[in-house]
Design a protein around this ligand. Structure first.
Ligand code: PLP
Length: 379
């Protein structure tokens, strides 16, 4: 008997980052710099908020989009800190930004719709697009310093274009889109029925320049969604919490996917979200900035021609001096040098590898020493 599955799901592979991480872990003695998660623990006061919720028996189904106190806290936080004005009924508390990105694309895509994804890019966008029978359209940014080039964007747009994904600070390039880039994208899109999905999850980790969300262009409010996360800047990756900001009519439809998939984010975690928003994350930014400077200094001293990242916690390192085939090269580094980086091909960009620097100073030093020995041995 032949069992026929959903075609899109049957074809889709699991995350390349996770597969490569498993390969590094299976290699005896190898150290990996493959995961994008802070090595910090969640702050005590955030954990304590969950205890309070349990003691108060907040263990029942919460309202689907989030408890009113959570949505009000998010709404006030976004307005005060980032000047983004979204009322509580324009927010959904999601299970990580992953769910936020999923329900957004689920809500806007029809089969055959095209989603423009500037590359290099986190692979989630293309996978979700394909799962909903959409078509990922890559927009390479290598030639424009990893900023989106408005002329290239214009050329990528077709009558089937349904959405553009913007991820700034960017995983994996670490680039922060400038105001000029954002203004130029706005000029291209302002009169078009194209949704913009802003993945702003690294917004708190900007070391140079100024962060701008595309959501600042309120004339396009009906077509813009912001996906946010508690994972990165609050060291809460395992909590699986995030939220989306979207104009009320769109949010109401996104709620359909959210409700039928998860019902709501967990009740007992909602006070932790409120507490997290009160946390000053300057210490996280300063820590990663220090590590970025260290890693950048070491890599350039070894002769790697790397662009200094302005945000997030990744280095996107060109591999062309040895091998343009990033998977083959990264495998070689794991087996010969005992050090693991993610092949650029998993970000739809060959000839690069991604190093995550959210690891301890000791691990970074050890990994970079190994890389340096390997580089010296090639001479
Ligand atoms: N967006 C980007 C750019 C990411 O790098 C990640 C995780 O690595 C996510 C979204 C998903 O994060 P989460 O679901 O933990 O919020």
């Amino acid at each position: 008997m032949e069992l026929i599955l959903n075609e899109a799901a049957a074809k889709e592979e699991l995350s390349g980052i996770r597969r490569f991480t498993a390969f590094v872990k299976q290699t005896p003695g190898a150290i990996g710099f493959t995961m994008g998660e802070p090595d910090l623990d969640t702050k005590e006061e955030i954990k304590a908020a969950v205890m309070t919720a349990l003691d108060a028996n907040e263990t029942h189904y919460p309202p689907g989009n989030g408890s009113p106190f959570t949505l009000e806290a998010i709404s006030a936080f976004e307005a005060e800190k980032f000047g983004l004005h979204y009322s509580p009924d324009e927010i959904i508390l999601t299970m990580g930004s992953t769910e936020g990105l999923f329900i957004t694309l689920a809500t806007v895509l029809n089969p055959g719709d095209e989603v423009i994804i500037p590359t290099p890019a986190f692979s989630l966008y293309e996978s979700i697009t394909r799962l909903f029978r959409g078509v990922p359209v890559y927009l390479p940014t290598e030639g424009s310093g990893f900023q989106v080039d408005p002329e290239a964007l214009k050329r990528a747009i077709t009558p089937r274009t349904k959405a553009l994904v913007l991820n700034s600070p960017n995983n994996p390039s670490g680039v922060v889109y400038t105001k000029e880039t954002m203004d130029a994208i706005h000029d291209v899109l302002k009169d078009k029925p194209i949704f913009v999905l802003c993945d702003d999850v690294y917004r708190a980790l900007v070391y140079k320049g100024q962060f701008h969300s595309f959501a600042e262009y309120q004339d396009m409010r009906d077509r813009v969604v912001v996906a946010q996360s508690f994972s990165k800047s609050y060291a809460m990756t395992g909590w699986r919490l995030g939220y989306v900001l979207a104009d009320a009519p769109l949010r109401d439809k996104m709620q359909v996917f959210h409700q039928y998939c998860v019902t709501s984010a967990p009740s007992v975690l909602q006070r932790a979200c409120v507490q997290a928003l009160k946390t000053d994350v300057t210490y996280v930014r300063e820590l990663f900035q220090k590590r970025r400077d260290y890693v950048y200094g070491r890599l350039t001293a070894m002769g790697w021609d790397v662009t200094k990242p302005e945000g997030a916690f990744y280095m996107f390192i060109p591999t062309g001096r040895y091998d343009n085939d990033s998977l083959r090269f990264c495998r070689r580094l794991v087996t010969e040098a005992g050090v693991g980086f993610v092949p650029g091909v998993y970000f739809a960009t060959e000839g690069y590898m991604r190093m995550s620097y959210c690891y301890s100073d000791g691990e970074l030093k050890e990994g970079l020493d190994r890389l340096e020995n390997w580089v010296n041995a090639q001479r």
